[in-house]
Design a protein around this ligand. Structure first.
Ligand code: PRX
Length: 659
């Protein structure tokens, strides 16, 4: 835990505005107040009823086995298949002609796929994967842009019970390799390239690079043709999807697995340099995905056009693009590109084009749209929207109010949803049609979820006080562990407060008992709603030959929430190489590029500051709190615990003139 755990609680917004849902919304709302009562009465019976949102091959007889905490087993003797639940059963029920995916490409071209077509595509891909030797239990890495094939790939894996590990297409070859190796993936599914900001960026070379220096478990690479650019080819290993697809049958029998069979692994940053492979299993995860999606987004499958802007490389794309929406038979938009390509009204143009009804995005995206100006969304007809959501970080009340007024025309309820890669599904959120919403607060745990805010001693805090957010009862979509590292699972989440899951977030209960999230209390930062660890970026920096030591902090940023700022001590002896590269003034840019290559562009520090010392405690721990003061241009706080109090003067003197 960092030295500056929960701070700034007293500065929290004293928000008192509330917005009750419009009466028209209340009447037809999917979520009913009795959900809270039902869950209160008997939590396990409540979840057992929610599990009936799914089709089970073999019905479970036990709801929860919590005899060996923190290793939970939900619905353990039931069997099911996630892809069957997301696709086949809808076709069998006569909805094959309903559109599942409205794919919008960056260049404005589009394609749509009905549930029957999705069934054919995922059956073909499942057959191809099996022909390539993938069997139930094998891991498959997916490294694709946000195109329909990414959804097909995930569901094809689910169909054969082969856990997928999706790696965000913006991650580097190095990051991809470490994830492939940790999960020992047998096949990688990728594309030749992707469209990004009007350019075609190659993707497959990163896979080739990742496999050149490792990744021995990989036997085949299945390549989707997207940009049509030339690619290097490894005969015997690489297979074009469009060629394999031609001969692949659309008949495929899903493999029904036990509820606790792993559905996927998704890597996320923790407090160490090594990302954690978060493991989710089938029955509990899918139950919570379907239940939360239906109730939080008020989903009406017949009439809605739902759009979640997340990429499938993140948990939001797993639960609220693929598994939740498709289990609920949604018609949804998926969009390949960026919000400002070719113009800053692109998202709103898409809302108008498809008549989007629910829109789920991030506070960063809202703040960016605010910066671009409200005249941009004003050019488009957004009247189809009836519900708005946010996720990834706390939304500041101004952004919330702007979202409500400019995008939602003061009409749409807003759901601010708190959850994590580890929780698998939404945990804290208003329920539209029930909760009076409050700008900036995620407010209340969903029915069936038990959370608390506790102090250092583990005691529940009173209303008006802050502390640490914990989850006090197991929940169906909870992570089942960290891939290959059960000890780290226990240590990270279950050791600080015995019996409770420690989320890593600070929180406050306001006078009404509503929950406000205050940000991470560990060395994890949140950049544009994406999680990065300070250690991971520090390791990337010190892997550069010129760097002796590095400290990274998440400094607050008006748009991205936080941004990494790096303090770097250069290695003596590297002067000559630096001079050759153009001198010290070139170093920050070169190191930024280095971090981009090691992890991915999202991890690039906003600033790299060259310093001669770093502030450390007597036990050698870097005092990031003080560095954050410098990075945020604040007066430096209490330096008493520093081993050498003059260090901060040195840093500041060194920086004046350079910053
Ligand atoms: O700090 C919290 C923040 O995002 C972290 C989880 O990040 P990740 O696993 O990448 O998942 C993001 C998408 C679910 C949390 O520990 N966070 C997420 N949602 C909110 C939030 N902070 C405040 N309010 C939210 N609604």
């Amino acid at each position: 835990m960092s030295d500056d755990a929960v701070t700034g609680i007293e500065n929290l917004s004293q928000e008192t505005r509330t917005f009750s849902p419009p009466s028209s919304f209340v009447q037809d709302a999917v979520a009913r107040p009795r959900l809270y009562e039902e869950a209160q009465r008997d939590r396990e019976a409540f979840w057992a009823s929610r599990a009936h949102l799914l089709s089970w091959k073999k019905k479970f007889t036990e709801v929860l086995d919590w005899s060996n905490p923190p290793f939970a087993r939900w619905f353990a003797d039931g069997t099911l298949n996630a892809a069957y639940n997301c696709v086949d059963r809808h076709v069998e029920a006569g909805h094959g002609k309903q559109v599942a995916l409205l794919a919008e490409y960056e260049d404005g071209s589009d394609a749509s796929f009905t549930y029957a077509e999705v069934k054919d595509e995922i059956s073909r891909m499942a057959n191809v994967l099996q022909d390539l030797g993938v069997t139930t239990g094998d891991r498959v890495a997916i490294y694709l842009p946000m195109v329909p094939e990414a959804v097909f790939a995930m569901l094809a894996c689910a169909r054969i019970g082969a856990p997928h590990s999706v790696v965000f297409g913006g991650f580097s070859a190095e990051a991809l390799r470490s994830r492939i190796e940790d999960a020992e993936a047998k096949v990688v599914i990728t594309a030749d390239g992707q469209n990004r900001r009007g350019k075609q960026l190659p993707l497959k070379p990163a896979v080739d690079a990742a496999l050149a220096g490792g990744g021995e478990s990989v036997k085949h690479v299945l390549v989707v043709r997207r940009t049509g650019g030339g690619v290097e080819w490894t005969e015997g290993r690489d297979v074009w999807w469009h060629e394999a697809r031609e001969n692949a049958s659309t008949e495929h029998e899903p493999v029904f697995v036990e509820a606790e069979h792993p559905l996927f692994i998704l890597y996320t940053s923790g407090t160490t340099g090594k990302p954690k492979g978060i493991v989710h299993t089938t029955g509990g995860y899918l139950t919570q995905a379907a239940y939360t999606h239906r109730n939080v987004f008020d989903l009406k499958p017949k009439t809605d056009v739902y759009w979640c802007t997340a990429d499938v490389g993140w948990i939001t794309g797993h639960t609220y693009v693929v598994y939740g929406p498709m289990a609920n038979r949604s018609t949804q938009v998926i969009y390949e590109g960026t919000p400002d390509t070719p113009h800053q009204g692109r998202w709103w143009e898409i809302v108008e084009k498809y008549g989007v009804t629910q829109f789920y995005s991030s506070p960063t995206a809202i703040r960016t749209a605010m910066k671009w100006g409200e005249d941009i969304p004003a050019k488009f007809d957004l009247s189809s929207l009836r519900l708005l959501g946010t996720v990834g970080e706390a939304i500041n009340p101004e952004a919330w109010m702007w979202y409500r007024r400019v995008i939602g025309a003061d009409r749409c309820p807003i759901v601010d949803t708190w959850w994590q890669t580890e929780t698998g599904g939404i945990m804290i959120s208003p329920l539209p049609g029930i909760t009076d919403t409050k700008p900036g607060s995620a407010q209340v745990p969903l029915p069936g979820i038990s959370v608390d805010v506790i102090n250092d001693a583990g005691e529940s805090v009173n209303n008006g006080e802050g502390g640490y957010l914990v989850i006090t009862e197991p929940w169906p979509a909870m992570l089942r562990g960290i891939w290959g590292d059960p000890e780290r699972f226990q240590d990270t989440y279950w050791s600080r407060f015995p019996g409770a899951y420690f989320a890593g977030d600070g929180a406050k209960k306001d006078e009404d008992g509503d929950i406000w999230l205050l940000g991470r209390v560990d060395d994890v930062m949140n950049v544009s709603g994406h999680r990065l660890s300070t250690m991971e970026i520090e390791s990337a920096l010190v892997s550069h030959e010129w760097v002796a030591e590095a400290a990274v902090v998440g400094a607050s940023d008006d748009t991205t929430g936080q941004a990494p700022v790096a303090f770097v001590i250069l290695r003596s002896g590297s002067e000559e190489a630096i001079a050759e590269a153009g001198g010290e003034q070139k170093v920050p840019e070169l190191l930024r590029a280095h971090v981009g290559a090691e992890i991915g562009p999202i991890a690039k520090p906003k600033k790299v500051l060259l310093v001669s010392e770093l502030p450390k405690t007597r036990s050698g721990k870097i005092m990031r709190r003080l560095l954050r003061d410098v990075a945020e241009n604040r007066e430096v706080g209490d330096t008493q615990t520093l081993a050498d109090a003059s260090v901060m003067d040195l840093i500041q003197q060194g920086l004046s003139g350079k910053r």
